[in-house]
Ligand binder design. Structure first.
Ligand code: FES
Length: 146
């Protein structure tokens, strides 16, 4: 192979390659920012979120959870509480409303340290009330939340 066998890419080839790279990067950014991009989770035009529970890997076992992002303005997660039981939970701490974060099998509030069981019960205060439920209904393997 000689040096002359390498040709500079044409303007068209350069543009196609650049657009492909930008597309991959943009796609990854959208997925990272949009929890609803997960398999089995779709947002309806009315703001409800539908979770095809068998398709969401985070819900494959009892005790699993998946974050949905905001559902009608409420930070929400779905927790599998039984073999065919799921609970949608409002992630706002019941002490002063700061969103809790998942820490293994619990939710922990970064503001004052309240800890909640995955299904929402208070494990440690200062919060004294469980995490609220978000309305949800399960039908034909699809949990409609919100
Ligand atoms: S707001 Fe969560 S413990 Fe105070």
């Amino acid at each position: 192979m000689t040096a002359s066998s390498f040709e500079a890419p044409s303007r068209r080839q350069f543009l196609v390659g650049t657009c492909a790279l930008l597309g991959i990067g943009l796609g990854a950014a959208l997925l990272a920012d949009d929890a609803q991009a997960a398999d089995g989770v779709t947002r309806k035009s009315n703001g409800q979120v539908e979770v095809s529970v068998a398709k969401v890997s985070g819900l494959s076992k009892v005790g699993g959870a998946v974050l949905l992002g905001n559902v009608k303005g409420v930070p929400t997660a779905v927790v599998r509480t039984g073999q065919s039981a799921y609970r949608a939970i409002d992630l706002r701490c019941t002490h002063q409303g700061v969103p809790v974060r998942q820490t293994g099998q619990t939710w922990t509030c970064p503001a004052h340290g309240s800890v909640f069981a995955l299904a929402g019960a208070v494990d440690r205060g200062p919060a004294s009330s469980p995490l609220a439920r978000v309305r949800s209904s399960l039908r034909n393997g699809v949990l409609t939340v919100g």
